[in-house]
Design a protein around this ligand. Structure first.
Ligand code: 5RP
Length: 218
């Protein structure tokens, strides 16, 4: 099966985790787009969604879903989102689509994070995919210098986030202790969000493989 088909499969399988009548947290990306399509086809009653990006908000609203601001909500039961890489401890690199900050915020108030990914995203060590770091625009140079001091090679993405910030994609790091890296990088002044989701990793991984969707839980 090609990657597109695997994304469609995991997107469909995630519908089973949606609790009818509950507010749903929705991530961002092509796999999440497949999930939103499958959600619409399922006809499940979702009173409202909290979205992690302008892109997902638009798609949800086009399908008639109500999208509410996170400030109107205390907790979210289930959050469904993709990943760029995920390791055996369910730590992830996210932000390939540039939505890492809102994704991390929504994930932080969600009881259950269901990660949907095709098999290519499962890795032994995080870091083959460049780590996205959202940065305040005036701090791009200063943060880049600090990243270089830590052995990384930052590349400025030609992109502005939904929050009006820039993204540095950092090459060259092998991330074995993801929690420690997340803490260390969070300390750099000018960094808004690090695309390492380790302290709040996934709870469930739905992995699309040629043998079908495999479910892993922690
Ligand atoms: C967006 C993300 C996405 O979850 C990640 O990039 C995976 O995207 P896709 O499902 O398109 O492969 O973190 O910021």
């Amino acid at each position: 099966m090609d990657q597109k088909e695997l994304k469609r499969l995991v997107g469909q399988s995630a519908v089973a985790y949606v609790k009818p009548g509950e507010i749903l947290g929705v991530g961002t990306g092509s796999t999440v787009d497949c999930f939103i399509d499958a959600l619409k086809d399922s006809g499940i009653d979702v009173p409202a969604c909290v979205s992690s990006s302008v892109r997902s908000t638009k798609k949800l609203q086009d399908y008639g879903y109500r999208v509410v601001d996170l400030n109107e909500v205390d907790r979210i039961g289930v959050y469904i989102d993709g990943a760029d890489e995920i390791d055996a401890s369910f730590s992830m690199i996210k932000g390939g689509g540039g939505a890492l900050t809102r994704e991390k915020i929504v994930a932080s108030v969600s009881d259950r994070f269901v990660c949907i990914a095709d098999a290519s995203k499962k890795v032994d060590v995080l870091g083959q995919f460049p780590l996205p770091i959202e940065v305040i625009p005036m701090a791009v140079r200063a943060v880049s210098a600090e990243i270089q001091r830590l052995g990384g090679e930052p590349v400025l993405r030609d992109f502005t986030t939904d929050n009006g910030n820039k993204i540095l994609d950092v090459h060259g790091w092998k991330i074995e202790d993801a929690c420690a890296w997340e803490e260390k990088l969070n300390q750099i002044v000018g960094v808004v969000t690090v695309g390492l989701f380790a302290h709040r990793g996934a709870d469930v991984l739905l992995l699309g493989t040629d043998e079908g969707v495999k479910t892993f839980s922690r």
